[in-house]
Design a protein around this ligand. Structure first.
Ligand code: NAI
Length: 330
């Protein structure tokens, strides 16, 4: 099958080409993200492959369908950027990679929590400047603290397991609580209880209409003063402006983000030669108790090779008329 691979970086080209050794598909790599403006570039392709910040909205999907695309494969877990109802109406099947190393993202969330709490980026910068003072670098023991997890699914469960190893008490909020999670030694609570009890909170739920701005000004007001917040799920689960206000008031102790509400068009690209046109992000970047990475939670060798192989396998299965086991849920 000829496949248009949007938002293609060198690592995508390498990973997908290697995964395609047995698949034998014809991969057309396109640097631009999918949108209504770029959808025509897939003309002549039976499949298209997209990533987290591509816009598979109704118009883009209509053009893809018109030009013969039957399968849209997301090379990521989240599918909030696809108009799933419209894809169904147009007869485009949509797959994702729902199941790849949850350790990749969970371990990154732990790295962010540790680095934020112990001020590692600031400490490193100081050492590089031969400034060995400890002033302002004090953190707290994670041992004995309460960690709140929002979204206790695959990644949330791995994150919980790691933090239990640190000697933390784990509480979680989930719209569909899985008893298995509690059997592993955690406790489900309401969102309000989670806010009130947690010394640090980590987000691991998908972005849906229900979770958009789930963490808003009211949530931050209900948090323990000085609590730390880590978001490796999707940017808009957090009302970022409200989080910034809570940081300014000192109520929120620190914020670590791997995903950002307005990351589309910014993350995954080099913008170092232009002024940052996002005042909210610019303000966050200036704060000493904010730590940001550019959506790299998934980016381990193990997770990425699974992502590439599963994506290619979806195209192969479609071509052979085999069941599409990685269809997005209805
Ligand atoms: P999962 O589907 O295994 O777990 C998600 C959990 O969130 C489930 O337990 C579900 O019941 C819960 N949930 C759903 N709606 C909710 C709501 N309204 N309130 C509270 N909880 C709710 O998904 P997984 O694999 O753990 O991934 C979680 C998210 O992490 C993905 O949806 C994606 O957005 C993000 N992600 C980020 C990556 C990164 O590179 N930073 C990479 C992979 C995923």
């Amino acid at each position: 099958m000829k496949i248009a691979v949007y938002s293609a970086h060198d690592y995508d080209r390498d990973g997908l080409t290697a995964a395609n050794a047995a698949g034998g598909h014809d991969l057309l790599f396109i640097k631009a993200p999918l949108s209504a403006a770029t959808a025509r570039q897939a003309a002549g392709c039976g499949g298209a492959c997209i990533f987290v910040n591509d816009h598979a909205d109704a118009e883009a999907l209509r053009i893809l369908a018109e030009d013969g695309v039957h399968l849209l494969a997301l090379r990521c877990a989240g599918f909030n950027n696809v108009d799933a109802a419209e894809a169904k109406r147009l007869g485009i099947s949509v797959t994702r990679v729902g199941d790849y190393s949850p350790h990749s993202v969970a371990e990154h969330a732990v790295a962010l929590l540790l680095a934020l709490n112990r001020n590692i980026p600031i400490a490193h910068e100081r050492v590089l400047a031969n400034d060995y003072r400890l002033d302002g670098l004090m953190g707290f023991d994670l041992y004995g603290k309460t960690i709140g997890i929002i979204g206790a699914g695959r990644i949330g469960a791995v994150f919980a397991g790691i933090l239990r190893g640190f000697g933390c008490t784990i509480i979680a909020y989930d719209a569909y609580p899985d008893p298995e999670f509690e059997r592993a030694g955690a406790r489900f609570v309401s969102l309000a209880e989670l806010a009130a009890q947690s010394d640090a909170i980590s987000l691991h739920c998908p972005l849906t209409p229900d979770t958009r701005h789930l963490l808003d000004a009211d949530f931050f007001a209900a948090c323990k003063p000085g609590a730390l917040l880590v978001n490796t799920s999707r940017g808009a689960v957090l009302d970022t402006a409200a989080a910034l206000a809570a940081l300014h008031s000192g109520h929120l102790g620190g914020l670590a983000l791997d995903v950002y509400e307005f990351e589309a068009g910014l993350f995954f690209e080099d913008h170092s030669q232009s002024a940052l046109a996002d005042p909210l992000l610019a303000e966050l970047q200036q704060l000493p108790n904010v730590l940001i990475t550019g959506h790299q939670g998934f980016f381990t060798r193990e997770a990425f090779s699974t992502i590439c192989q599963t994506t290619i396998d979806s195209f192969t299965a479609y071509e052979k008329g085999a069941p599409l086991v990685n269809r997005i849920p209805d």
